[in-house]
Every structure is written in C-alpha cells, then in structure tokens.
Write a protein that binds this ligand. Structure first.
Ligand code: PRT
Ligand code: ZN
Length: 288
C-alpha cells in the first residue's frame, strides 16, 4: 500500500466527523464503498486511499507522513501540537471549547479563575488560554466525562467542548468564557511527495466547488414583464440574474444563484412584486 502512489487521507473511523467527512468526499465525486468494517478503503475512481483511524491519532499520522492529508477538528490538532500544515477549513464539526461553571456561580472576569481547579481533556489549549490571560489555575486532566468533575468535587470548573449546551445543562453547569473556536480542517504533511501534488490540488479544487455550492441555492421563478426590473433588484447574489423569454409573451423566467440564507428574507418581496412558480434548488458544484 505504501508505494501505490495514491494520496492517503486519514479520517475519523467512528465519531462525529465520520459521516460528514465521507459525505464531503462523495460530493466531490469520489466513489468510496461501504467503509464500516475496513481500515483502508481505496476510492474506485481516484488515486486516493482513505485511512480510518481515531481522531486523536490523525495529527501524528500526518506529521509522520503515514497519511498525506487528514480531516480533523482544530481542537484536536492544536491540543496535540503536531507539525502539520492547515490547508483549509471544511465547514463542519463546528464547536467551542469553553469554561463551564456551576449554575449557581458567577464569573465576572477571567482573573477569577486564579487558584481554581479546572477539569479538562484539553490541558494544552486551556494552559495557553490561562497564560495569555496571566491566570494561575490548576489544570485537572481527565480524558472523558469532564462535566461531572464539579459535582464530584474534583474541580471548581470545567473546560470542555460545547455545541448545543445540553450536556452542560444536564450537569447543572452553564457557559462562561469562550476558550477556543473549532471546526474540521484539512491538514497536510509538510513534505508531500511531488507526484502527489496534482492529486491534492485536484481534490482541493473539488472541495472548494462543493463548499461554494453548499453556501448557495438556485432560484427560479416566472415574472410578468413589467415586474422583471423590480424582481432583479430584490434578488441578491452571485452575478446578475438570467432572464429568459417564456411561451407566454407577457412573462419571463428569472433564474439566479443566491446565498443560502437569503431566500426566506426575499420570498415575501418576490411574491408581492408578482413572482409565481418559485423554485429553490440545491447546487451540487460551483466553480467561481
Ligand atoms: O473515538 P475517537 O477518539 O475518534 O472520537 P472522540 O470521541 O474523541 O471524538 P468525537 O467523535 O466525540 O468528536 C470528534 C470531533 O467533533 C471533536 O474533536 C470536535 O472537533 C467535533 N465536535 C463537534 C464535538 C462536538 N461538536 C461535541 N459536542 N466533539 C465533542 N462534543 C461533545 C463534548 O465533548 C460534550 O461531551 O459533546 C458534548 C457536548 O455537546 P452538547 O451538544 O451537549 O453541547
Ligand atoms: Zn478522540
């Protein structure tokens, strides 16, 4: 396997990043067969081997060149302090590392962390945060279920990953200071073999195209001739809309690519201006 010339990508085997990583690769047109039982899967239509590993091992694999590239949460990457080059953010796996405190406590300033015990699985990231803020606190390193540490009397506060905040609530904790923002990123080994560079560049181009497309939708509607100008003003987006004559001489079709989040903001104005038969379609790929 080592010398087959394929680009080697490490992704999480079984966890929160797995499905989104595979979805992204498939959206890039890569044919990756059922992966659940295997450690390595080769794409059928691209010189790419996907290695399935624990997320904690990905920075080291990429540093050592066992994998050429990896998809990994920035939280793990920065905690592990390995040498790998961040190529791009991937737009999924977003979360925040923050200080969680008991519901009945208040923290007015970061300085109030002085001399406290803080439980975390991220001693390096927390350590840097405390240092930046010139705070001396005791870091209690635990590998899982950090949120129960205050109720067990092991620590005053915690520093853990939060996305919805439900886990904090369940443990009678609440959010305090934000320590680190994270999302999944693509990392690359520092010494990528020259022959693999075109494979990586092609893959990155496809990822850009998929990510651009995910941020946009394709909007189509029918518009009375007199309203075409008004409708064109309402539509935000990438370039000017496409305006096409219809069989009905009084109407035109208007098509446009719009940012995903804007549809519900403009929908009422479009209808009020006379648009009908409004369709909003997903876009698979978009090359700018
Ligand atoms: O087995 P392996 O080591 O590969 O997986 P893992 O258990 O270490 O990681 P996993 O699958 O839980 O998470 C992988 C990555 O997903 C993390 O490194 C983050 O980059 C990202 N991510 C996004 C999250 C969350 N959201 C998240 N909510 N990782 C963990 N959580 C946990 C958090 O630790 C806490 O226990 O979810 C809980 C909080 O969630 P809420 O929604 O209740 O706030
Ligand atoms: Zn892990």
């Amino acid at each position: 396997m080592k010398f087959n010339g394929n680009l080697k990508l490490a992704i999480q085997k079984n966890g929160r990043l797995t499905e989104k990583s595979i979805n992204l690769l498939r959206a890039c047109g890569l044919d990756i067969e059922n992966y659940s039982e295997r450690l390595v899967v080769s794409a059928r239509n691209y010189k790419l081997d996907v290695l399935f590993v624990r997320d904690d091992d990905i920075p080291e694999y990429v540093q050592d060149g066992v994998a050429d590239i990896g998809f990994i949460g920035e939280n793990v990457l920065f905690e592990k302090k390995k040498n790998a080059f961040v190529e791009k953010k991937l737009g999924f796996g977003k979360c925040r590392l923050l200080i969680g405190i008991p519901e009945d406590k208040e923290l007015a300033s970061v300085k109030e962390l002085n001399n406290k015990k803080i439980a975390t699985s991220y001693p390096n990231i927390l350590g840097e945060f405390l240092e930046t803020n010139s705070v001396q606190a005791q870091i209690i390193q635990i590998s899982g279920s950090v949120e129960i540490a205050p109720s067990l009397g092991m620590a005053d506060y915690i520093c853990d990953i939060v996305s919805t905040g439900n886990t904090l609530k369940l443990n009678k904790l609440k959010k305090s200071f934000s320590v680190f923002e994270s999302e999944a990123v693509m990392i690359r080994t520092e010494n990528l073999e020259v022959e693999k560079k075109p494979l990586l560049e092609e893959l990155m181009g496809r990822i850009d195209s998929v990510m651009n497309a995910r941020k946009s939708n394709y909007l189509m509607m029918n518009v009375p001739n007199a309203a075409v100008e008004r409708i064109s003003e309402i539509i935000p987006g990438v370039g000017s809309p496409t305006i096409l004559p219809l069989a009905d001489k009084n109407m035109h079709a208007v098509h446009a690519v719009i940012p995903e989040e804007t549809f519900w903001q403009i929908k009422t104005d479009l209808v009020a201006a006379g648009a009908s038969g409004i369709l909003l379609l997903p876009i698979n790929n978009m090359i700018l």
